[in-house]
Design a protein around this ligand. Structure first.
Ligand code: BGC
Length: 302
């Protein structure tokens, strides 16, 4: 499946305590569909809404919130990428959390079995830490098998280790399955995209970094060309599931970087989803209820 142009409803169903928060309002789906996006990625923090002990039951109230988001997207003719986001436990202690991670997917897959095939699953946002490439390859194969019990043909998105970095793509073991898409996240140069990001130690030192020299462009071109070649070799569609520059960077550079990454991705046939809709990277300003025009234009070109 080609996911086309997408946007993340980040910090909604995945919000962390004390962090930014986006209420998942119906009118935001109107905005996204009317602007011309084809896909929304719905990050969801299932691990914060499921029991800690077997059978690790997911809170029905959380399922209802996710259901509302999925239904709103489908009603607007959008494709949906639903993932497991911010599951720190599986990254810190994979052996201990593996049964719970698989139990989450067993419940999610059963719950959405028979749903519209425009709903796609993404197994885990940004595997990292102790969930090294080798361990992740094993866990992802098991999680895919669990999903396939209830959803034999639903598109499933699998990402590289090391926080879905393009550099870790060669270490991703791709299971034999006809309905896979591979994903990476693109935040390079990190010192530009994450300048002054509160959750990155030392990021205040990068404040003021701009982007747009010919060398900057060459670096993006080279990175994305490698990603595209990897996908071509394996006949796998590629989805850049997150890319974006934090609001502390200057808007001229943000728009330039966003437009460049987006057009280069499209030239190479890669689908993408901007990080994110309406909080700290926001392409949309919920206060004024308007798009940030330079970012909207960078993403959609019109
Ligand atoms: C995380 C966000 C973060 C973003 C950019 C996402 O995967 O969920 O909390 O803002 O990446 O770093």
């Amino acid at each position: 499946m080609n996911l086309g142009r997408g946007i993340n409803f980040g910090n909604a169903l995945d919000a962390l305590d004390g962090g930014p928060r986006l209420p998942l309002e119906h009118r935001y789906f109107d905005e996204v569909a009317a602007a011309g996006f084809a896909t929304v990625r719905l990050p969801a923090r299932w691990s914060a809404h499921a029991a800690a002990t077997p059978p690790y039951t997911i809170d029905p109230a959380f399922f209802r919130r996710v259901d509302a988001g999925v239904a709103a997207a489908l009603d607007h003719g959008l494709r949906v990428v639903l993932n497991v986001h911010h599951y720190d436990g599986i990254c810190a202690a994979p052996d201990e959390h593996r049964p719970r991670f698989l139990a989450l997917w067993r419940q999610i897959a059963a719950h959405y079995a028979g749903h519209d095939n425009r709903l796609c699953f993404e197994l885990l946002n940004e595997p990292r830490g102790e969930l090294t490439a080798d361990r992740w390859n094993a866990v992802l194969a098991e999680a895919l098998a669990v999903v396939r019990e209830a959803c034999p043909e639903r598109t499933v998105i699998i990402g590289s280790a090391e926080m879905n970095s393009p550099a870790a793509l060669p270490a991703l073991a791709v299971p034999d399955d006809d309905h896979l898409v591979a994903t990476v996240h693109y935040y390079a140069p990190f010192e530009f995209t994450h300048q002054n990001a509160g959750w990155v130690a030392g990021a205040e030192r990068w404040l003021g970094r701009t982007w747009g020299s010919p060398a900057d462009e060459d670096a993006v071109r080279a990175d994305l060309a490698k990603v595209a070649a990897w996908g071509r070799d394996r006949r796998l569609p590629i989805f850049i599931g997150e890319f974006g520059a934090f609001s502390a960077a200057d808007m001229v550079s943000r728009a330039r970087w966003t437009a460049f990454v987006r057009t280069e991705a499209e030239r190479l046939g890669l689908s993408w989803a901007y990080w994110e809709f309406g909080t700290d990277f926001g392409a949309f300003d919920p206060e004024s209820a308007t798009w940030r025009e330079p970012l909207r234009r960078a993403l959609l070109g019109v």
